[in-house]
Design a protein around this ligand. Structure first.
Ligand code: F59
Length: 829
């Protein structure tokens, strides 16, 4: 230990607790008996889990401090996201620290198994779906590649709701994940900052007669950081995920206080604490809610202040080089208010002039778009903005005025363009267009798959592309092969390592080497055995949570993702009904026995999505109760799909369903997890499916459906009833649905689903794609008949998944957007 000034800390992480079994066992005992005050391992193993997590955290914090010190003078990235869908952390940390054997031995003292202890951990669900999980995969890759990237998010008290299914209906239950404590986090109250709300803008003159604007009479809240360590795989790097909790300041409303309203004044503090209370579900009915805007501003203001404070500690109030050392990556428009907030902080708090501040802002902000659905582009009412964040509204008006001057130069005299591109949408209730604010304020705008990025510049953001073509780029998503292969599929990982060595874990392009084994019958037999073992594990899960018996000798056909009309779970279930109808008719020619698994949450206010769940559950019940179907078809809806469930599901899937309407799914990332684990895909040419097909060389992928260039023309002349009439399979399915066969005691409950299916304005073109979907499914069945060939295709899928590692994605962000030079840690490897 050394002391410097009045701080006392270990010299570096090498002084920190070691990774050997003996020290580990001592620390485990100390945390179990003293930190937690326990003497017996209970049935739940909860305290043993907590003690183990604390033991491992000890090994992370010293490395985290060291990594911060190593990075303090480097150009760095702040990844701003309202969501980080982390899932469980224990096994991930053990894997990345490469201490599995030591941990298992230490646990042996308690006659405990790592697998069981790990199950005591809560799944941290601080995100809705793909966007939040992508942020978590990115953090893992940044740490693995020793890149100075800090995640900034909100420490929600309640994460994504838990889903129960009651008589086929979704019931939402709050997820109070922090109730039993979160052993991974470290509070850093000394880094608390203030965030302002409400109030008004006062104007005053300084001695030189210059006008200054001051945001006054504000209601402030504290943002208190909690740091979660993000361990890099095998490199002693530990990055930080800084999550902010809102707390009341110590100020009271003095008038109320003096008028004898002491208790009321204290109770009002609750308002401040609400900000970090709950994660918003991705729900159209929740759009425009004031609390959500408060969350967004709270995250942005706190995180930007944090970066600026750190800069000032090292450099004083000189901001000339600030932009050379910072990038702020905006995960969708959710944190796009950061553009205006950085302007405010630099101008109001640090006395830069507009041009200096704007130069810094537009050199440091970068925006990632995650959606092509125009209705999903975020807008906020000007009136709300004005009231909640008056100074920010002023700044946005000023940004807009200057931007519209540029638009006028590019398109002289064209007021239509001004109106179309303005950051403010005019109308009876003017709105701020957050995507436009993000584009104007950023030096980089990226989509998340090649097709998606192409459509952004050709359609959604066409005019902006004409103005600033250099800003636009693509970064195809990826997923971390540590969690999504090494951890979740240990048997396959072992088989890979035995054959191609261990380097694939950190250099996933190496995975292509297994292509050489595709004709090696010993290897493919082992491959098939691993898949079967994984299917047995999924059988247990399905039995436990759905009460449905799956059979590992049948094909596992899986669709798990958020429930949304554009993702077309409905198309999947129509196919299930089609198979069921054929079975009932005794027409099983060419059929392959299948277990169909569907899982996912519906946004609480999304009625149609909830009805689709009910339909899936009712069809499942009818099919599973029918003895004729038993040998051919089983169907289950898995409740409460989350990160942890996916860890059992993706290693066990034979067939991955990626069947969105072309042009609607930005990328998809579940598709990649399945591919890595050797599932074959049935999919449309949408999102990253296009690139997966390309990587496979056009084979071993079941493509179907309208293509994105066709869908507009199809919609223009769409006649659903005609399609139904001309397709006897589809008419039989619709007739069976209409007959009430799946809702005998619940008449009429599927009428609105039928209505949309048969509507000429069905945006999802479900009927249009049905025939080609059925045909592709027949090809799947035919392929599955040849088990040996199927296994080879499975190997080829994993072999072609190298490019879908988030390490590849992050290398591209790093080189093409962030311009980070790799640090000594990664060079040493
Ligand atoms: C918006 C406003 C108010 C409240 C919530 C939201 C909101 C929250 C989350 C909107 C969307 C989301 C969200 O989770 N979005 C996604 O997950 N998008 C997905 O992102 C993935 C990663 O890039 C893509 O692979 C996927 O195609 C895309 O749908």
């Amino acid at each position: 230990m050394t002391t410097s000034g009045n701080v006392c800390h270990p010299v570096d992480w090498q002084d920190a607790p070691t990774l050997d079994t003996e020290t580990l066992a001592d620390d485990l005992a100390r945390h179990f008996h003293y930190t937690l005050g326990r003497d017996k391992v209970g049935e739940s193993q909860h305290y043993l889990y907590q003690a183990l997590a604390l033991t491992i955290r000890d090994r992370l914090v010293s490395r985290m401090r060291q990594t911060r010190e190593d990075n303090s003078k480097k150009r760095s990235v702040a990844y701003l996201s309202l969501e980080f869908l982390i899932g469980r952390s224990l096994n991930n940390a053990i894997l990345n620290l490469e201490m599995e054997q030591e941990v298992k031995q230490a646990l042996a003292n308690y006659c405990a198994e790592l697998e069981r202890v790990g199950e005591a951990e809560h799944d941290a669900g601080l995100g809705n779906g793909g966007l939040g999980r992508l942020a978590a995969c990115f953090l893992d890759s940044c740490a693995a590649m020793a890149l100075p990237v800090t995640g900034y998010g909100i420490r929600y008290e309640y994460g994504m709701f838990n889903q129960r299914i009651d008589n086929g209906y979704q019931i939402e239950q709050p997820d109070h994940w922090l109730r039993e404590g979160h052993p991974w986090e470290l509070p850093a109250p000394d880094k608390t900052v203030r965030v302002k709300f409400f109030g008004h803008v006062a104007v005053h003159k300084d001695e030189q007669g210059r006008l200054h604007r001051e945001w006054v009479d504000t209601h402030d809240v504290y943002a208190v950081p909690y740091d979660v360590p993000v361990p890099g795989c095998g490199n002693d790097v530990v990055n930080t995920l800084r999550l902010w909790k809102s707390e009341a300041t110590d100020e009271f409303d003095l008038s109320e206080f003096n008028a004898g309203g002491y208790a009321e004044a204290v109770a009002k503090k609750n308002l401040a604490e609400q900000i970090s209370m709950v994660l918003y579900p991705n729900d159209a009915s929740e759009n425009g809610k004031e609390l959500r805007l408060r969350q967004q501003y709270f995250l942005c203001s706190a995180s930007l202040q944090d970066r600026i404070n750190r800069w000032i500690e090292l450099n004083g109030e000189d901001f000339t080089e600030f932009a050379d050392y910072h990038v702020f990556q905006l995960n969708d428009t959710h944190p796009s208010i950061a553009v205006a907030e950085l302007m405010r902080l630099l101008i109001d708090e640090h006395k830069l002039d507009w041009q200096q501040a704007w130069d810094i802002t537009t050199k440091t902000m970068a925006y990632t778009n995650h959606t092509l659905l125009p209705e999903a582009l975020e807008k906020w009412s000007v009136a709300l903005f004005q009231r909640l964040l008056p100074r920010l509204m002023e700044i946005i008006y000023e940004i807009n005025a200057r931007f519209l001057t540029e638009v006028a130069k590019k398109w002289p005299g064209c007021s239509d363009k001004q109106r179309a591109l303005s950051l403010i949408e005019e109308g009876p209730y003017p709105q701020v267009r957050m995507a436009y604010l993000a584009i104007v304020g950023s030096f980089s705008v990226n989509g998340v798959a090649a097709l998606h990025s192409k459509l952004l510049v050709e359609r959604l953001f066409k005019d902006f592309y004409e103005l600033w073509p250099h800003k636009f780029n693509n970064k195809t998503n990826g997923v971390t092969p540590r969690r999504w292969l090494a951890h979740c599929n240990p048997q396959l990982a072992q088989l890979l390592t035995e054959n191609i060595g261990q380097t694939w874990v950190k250099d996933f392009s190496q995975i292509s080497k297994i292509k050489d084994y595709v004709n090696d019958s010993k290897f493919t037999a082992q491959w098939a055995k691993v898949k079967r073992d994984n299917k047995l594990k999924l059988c247990e899960l399905v039995q436990k949570h759905c009460g449905v018996e799956f059979d590992a000798d049948m094909m596992f056909d899986v669709q798990v993702k958020r429930i949304h009309e554009y993702k077309r779970q409905l198309l999947n279930i129509l196919h299930v009904i089609h198979l069921y109808r054929r079975i009932c008719d005794g027409d099983t020619q060419g059929m392959v026995p299948r277990c169909v698994l569907i899982g996912g949450k519906a946004a609480p206010g999304y009625d149609m999505a909830k009805q689709i769940i009910k339909l899936i559950c009712n069809v499942a019940k009818t099919v599973n109760d029918d003895p004729r179907a038993q040998p051919w078809l089983r169907v289950a809806f898995l409740p409460n799909y989350n990160v942890t469930a996916m860890e059992t599901i993706c290693p066990a899937a034979d067939l991955s369903e990626q069947i969105s309407t072309a042009g609607k799914e930005a990328s998809g990332t579940g598709n990649m997890k399945f591919m890595m684990n050797g599932a074959l895909t049935i999919g449309t040419l949408d999102g990253a499916n296009v690139e997966m097909l390309e990587a496979l060389g056009g084979e071993d992928f079941f493509v179907f459906g309208a293509q994105v260039e066709e869908v507009d023309a199809i919609r223009a002349n769409y006649n659903a009833q005609e399609i139904i009439n001309n397709d006897k399979n589809l008419s039989a399915v619709i007739a069976l649905l209409e007959s009430g066969h799946f809702n005998l005691c619940e008449p009429g409950i599927f009428n609105s689903i039928l209505y949309v299916l048969k509507s000429d304005s069905d945006p999802w073109l479900t009927c249009y794609d049905f025939a080609s979907y059925v045909q592709a499914q027949e090809q799947v069945s035919a392929a599955y008949q040849n088990k040996a060939r199927w296994t080879q295709m499975s190997v080829l899928n994993t072999a072609a998944s190298g490019t879908f590692s988030s390490d590849r994605t992050i290398a591209q962000y790093s080189q093409e957007i962030w311009q980070l030079q790799h640090t000594s840690n990664s060079e040493g490897e």
